[in-house]
Design a protein. Structure first.
Length: 336
């Protein structure tokens, strides 16, 4: 009966091999994770420099779930808030370049903030290893449901006439919401009271509650409250309407063509992160962006997933290099 026992033992060994080696290879993500043994060998932290529930957090959790599967190590979102996202971003810039600390930055943390903080503590184009662009994000001009204006023209007239009695919510100096509405306020030559939050997740709660008057926010944070009509939108600061909110006119259609803003989210590692680790991380992000679990909610909430040629580390480096002077010029220009 020995041969039977041996056959049974071999069968068990084969089953173990299949379950621990073959099967994961069949279901894992990009093969590159298997080509670089040793990384990742423990959980990876993805810093979100804003509060839970906001657009950056939502995007981070969508991709981290898929990256966890393909890298076969937990990609853990850590919200590190404050100072318009620059505290969490600085944390990532100063982390060991070992591939275990990443940040989901954006147009604010890695472009607009440089124009607004004389001593930022990091240089977006120097102190990071670009990994991949995740999404481009239209920006909407939003107001509390009871705001006394039914369209952009009425909104602009009202805030011009009442700027000392209205307030604008944002996620801290240098955030997307701050930079976008700063541009709007520049265009209107107004300076209303700003109300800072640790992210536009909590800021949206205040807008829904009617505690603040208006906000410029990324579309993924606005679609659901717009659909439930607990807030309203006067314009989308893009060239075209967005299919997620087709009823929202472009700023140009509504009479303010100069109000053109686009945000974006991207994954960065600290500078000096090894090239092969950047490539493994890039492959994991790119793989995530092609999964329906990411594509459906991201596009359903108005986010725009970049085409393959815009997902490379080099493309992200070029984007940051272009955004830095653009925002420096947009935010420093004299009032109209
Ligand atoms: C957030 O995720 O809360 C936003 O990105 C904050 C902002 O940049 O406005």
């Amino acid at each position: 009966m020995l041969w039977f026992a041996q056959a049974a033992a071999l069968g068990r060994v084969a089953a173990v091999i299949a379950a621990t080696v073959v099967f994961p290879l069949l279901v894992s993500g990009p093969a590159v994770a298997q080509q670089t043994p040793g990384y990742p060998s423990r959980p990876i932290t993805l810093i979100v420099p804003f509060a839970k529930g906001g657009p950056t957090d939502v995007v981070a959790r969508l991709i981290s779930a898929e990256m966890t599967k393909s890298l076969r190590q937990p990609v853990v979102v850590e919200n590190v808030t404050g100072a318009g996202g620059t505290i969490g971003t600085l944390r990532a810039a100063q982390a060991l370049p070992d591939g275990y600390t990443l940040v989901l930055g954006h147009m604010g943390t890695h472009a607009a903030a440089v124009a607004l903080y004389p001593k930022l503590g990091y240089r977006p184009d120097v102190d990071f290893a670009p990994v991949a662009l995740v999404a481009r994000m239209p920006v909407l001009l939003l107001a509390r449901r009871g705001f006394p204006a039914s369209n952009l023209a009425e909104f602009l007239a009202y805030i011009r006439g009442h700027q000392d009695r209205i307030n604008v919510a944002h996620a801290g100096i240098g955030s997307v919401s701050y930079a976008s509405c700063m541009l709007l306020n520049h265009l209107l030559d107004i300076n209303p009271t700003g109300v800072p939050f640790n992210g536009t997740g909590p800021a949206m709660d205040a807008l829904v509650a009617g505690q603040v008057d208006y906000m410029c926010d990324q579309i993924v944070n606005a679609v659901l409250p717009l659909r439930t009509e607990v807030i309203k939108a006067y314009a989308i600061a893009s060239a075209d309407r967005d299919p997620a909110v087709p009823e929202v006119p472009t700023a140009a259609e509504a009479g303010l063509p100069q109000f053109q803003v686009e945000a974006w989210n991207a994954v960065f590692a600290p500078k000096n992160t090894a090239t092969e680790i950047v490539h493994i991380l890039n492959a994991a992000v790119v793989h995530a962006l092609d999964q329906p679990e990411v594509r459906a909610p991201m596009t359903g909430l108005g986010g725009v997933i970049p085409p393959p040629d815009q997902r490379t580390p080099g493309a992200l480096a070029a984007l940051v290099a272009a955004e830095l002077p653009k925002w420096r010029q947009m935010l420093k220009r004299p009032l109209p």
